[in-house]
Design a protein around this ligand. Structure first.
Ligand code: DX5
Ligand code: ZN
Length: 215
């Protein structure tokens, strides 16, 4: 069964408590929290104080996706705010190995996010340090974009790399995931499905989450 990680970027920010309660009641496994700095990506979302409050509203895993430059400056603050998984972008980290060590030494699971244009082969000497790889299936910065089909090939390649090295690294797919394309995404080897619009813009988010979980 896939891990389902609804992205609160598509939640109702005036009623976050209500959306957190809905996710708590649902089969969602993780809360996916998208942090944007207006530098690494051309958008600004939310940050530490919001995550601190979301942390108090759930016991589920808080999966924090940092779309920010110099993430190492803030790893400790995100741990304090309540992150369980902290994911940094390979494109934002000159010293990625050090960033992952730092995240793990703080007691969080460490993830590497990969933009659509970045080859998964760049992970060959760092994969063993990552608990998770987040393959971006859209250009990061906005919810509600179209899934980039080439991601399917990247999932297959990455899955083989993980299996060849006998690792337990999870593959997370982020961007444009729908009930229609999720079966192919899972068949290619994904473990975690992030879904923003598909969950929050659906008529019955709890049923949509259940449908994703049942795939
Ligand atoms: C995009 C974010 C995603 C986004 C996904 O920059 O990293 O997590 O919220 O939203 P959907 O599922 O609507 O594409
Ligand atoms: Zn994300």
């Amino acid at each position: 069964m896939p891990i389902i990680a609804p992205s609160l970027l598509s939640a109702d920010f005036l009623n976050l408590q209500k959306d957190c309660a809905m996710l708590n009641e649902s089969q969602a496994d993780w809360f996916h929290l998208d942090v944007m700095d207006g530098r690494f990506v051309p958008n600004i979302s939310f940050g530490l104080p919001v995550i601190e409050h979301i942390r108090k509203a759930t016991t589920k895993i808080c999966d924090v996706h940092l779309m920010i430059e110099e993430p190492g400056l803030y790893a400790e603050a995100f741990k304090k705010a309540g992150a369980d998984v902290l994911t940094v972008h390979i494109e934002a980290c000159t010293h990625l190995h050090r960033n992952l060590q730092q995240i793990k030494s703080l007691g969080m699971r460490a993830g590497i996010a990969v933009n659509p244009h970045t080859p998964v082969h760049l992970l060959s000497d760092i994969l063993q340090e990552a608990d998770l790889v987040c393959l971006m299936s859209v250009n990061p910065g906005f919810g509600g974009q179209q899934f980039i089909p080439h991601t399917i090939d990247k999932i297959k390649t990455l899955k083989k790399m993980i299996q060849d090295k006998n690792l337990a690294t999870l593959i997370e797919i982020d961007g444009g995931v729908t009930l229609d394309n999720a079966p192919a995404i899972l068949k290619a080897g994904a473990d975690v499905l992030v879904a923003g619009n598909t969950v929050f813009k659906s008529a019955d988010p709890i049923a949509t989450i259940a449908a994703l979980k049942a795939l």
